[in-house]
Design a protein around this ligand. Structure first.
Ligand code: GDP
Length: 296
């Protein structure tokens, strides 16, 4: 009967005509709908729990303002907690370090890692006037190395020449050295992905990290994979240590659950979002827009 969460909350609470403060009973009825909507948006169960606890804590006993209905009051509290949980607005790439600043891109195969590497390099070049070098460390998939080279020529960003037979760590060291000698500001390292999380992948990424001391370690994750994206984020953060997340395919019909869960589980900011296949379809992260998707 009611479509969006906002509508459903207004519906449930429309019977409350008395003024004063919200009772536990009123809030519990609303929280059942919040819980359902978050689960429908593919938010991880543990995050749903802590989220509804936070809303309950803030809502029970809250005075209903004269200017709004109880429904609107609860919706506002849910919206505020959503935005707080999603974190800060517009946190971009941090390249505040001695150049060349290494940026490590990690994630599963197919998440959009190589495309996002090129998108970010393009943005750093055009908007921030940085001289960027990109290197693919995917020694097992020559096609991935070629893909980065093709994207590089498309966006006007140099890629490290491919030398056959080198390990990921050797390529990474060579990239940092070439960036230093060539006067580059940023060196972006596109690590190999795998179809699923595996230990060899993690060990390789950890080794590259140790060899290059990156200033940013960005996990690229597909928003449409929901709970899997959360598990990936947790695993990479535990093993490698992330500084931020790039969430791709936000142009799809994801309800934004992955964004909320990944941020809540890892505490790491979502720095940028992919909004299409084209090289300029990259956007800053706007928590209020994701809150709107969830709340409707
Ligand atoms: P990788 O294996 O992680 O390096 O993934 P790729 O960068 O090769 O991307 C896999 C596919 O996803 C490609 O067809 C990309 O064009 C597409 N892709 C990447 N980012 C986005 C995005 O934000 N939105 C959409 N719709 N497609 C994307």
């Amino acid at each position: 009967m009611f479509g969006t969460l906002s509508d459903r909350l207004s519906g449930i609470l429309s019977g409350l005509t008395r003024r004063g403060s919200l009772t536990e009973e009123d809030v519990n009825a609303a929280l059942r709908e919040v819980r359902r909507a978050l689960l429908e948006a593919d938010v991880a169960l543990e995050v749903v729990r802590s989220f509804t606890d936070k809303v309950r804590e803030r809502a029970v006993g809250a005075e209903v303002l004269k200017s709004v209905t109880p429904g609107q009051q609860v919706i506002k509290i849910v919206n505020d907690v959503l935005i707080e949980t999603l974190g800060g607005e517009g946190e971009g790439i941090n390249f505040d370090a001695v150049p060349p600043v290494p940026v490590l891109m990690v994630g599963l195969q197919g998440s959009g890692k190589t495309t996002s590497t090129a998108k970010i390099a393009k943005r750093l070049t055009e908007r921030h006037k940085k001289k960027v070098l990109m290197a693919s460390l995917d020694t097992r998939r020559p096609a991935a190395m070629e893909q980065l080279a093709i994207l590089g020529s498309q966006v006007g960003v140099q890629t490290l020449p491919i030398v056959a037979g080198q390990s990921a760590v050797q390529i990474a060291r060579r990239a940092v050295e070439a960036a230093r000698l060539g006067g580059f500001d940023v060196v972006m390292l596109d690590t190999a992905g795998r179809v699923t999380l595996d230990d060899t992948l993690m060990a390789e990424v950890a080794e590259v990290k140790a060899a290059t001391s990156p200033h940013e370690v960005l996990l690229v994750a597909d928003a449409l994979t929901g709970q899997d994206a959360v598990n990936t984020a947790r695993a990479f953060d535990a093993r490698v240590g992330l500084t931020g997340i790039v969430l791709t395919r936000m142009d799809g019909d994801s309800r934004g659950g992955a964004a909320l869960s990944m941020r809540a589980v890892t505490g790491k900011p979502i720095k940028l979002v992919g909004i299409g296949e084209k090289v300029d379809e990259l956007d800053e992260f706007h928590p209020s827009r994701v809150a709107n998707r969830i709340l409707g």
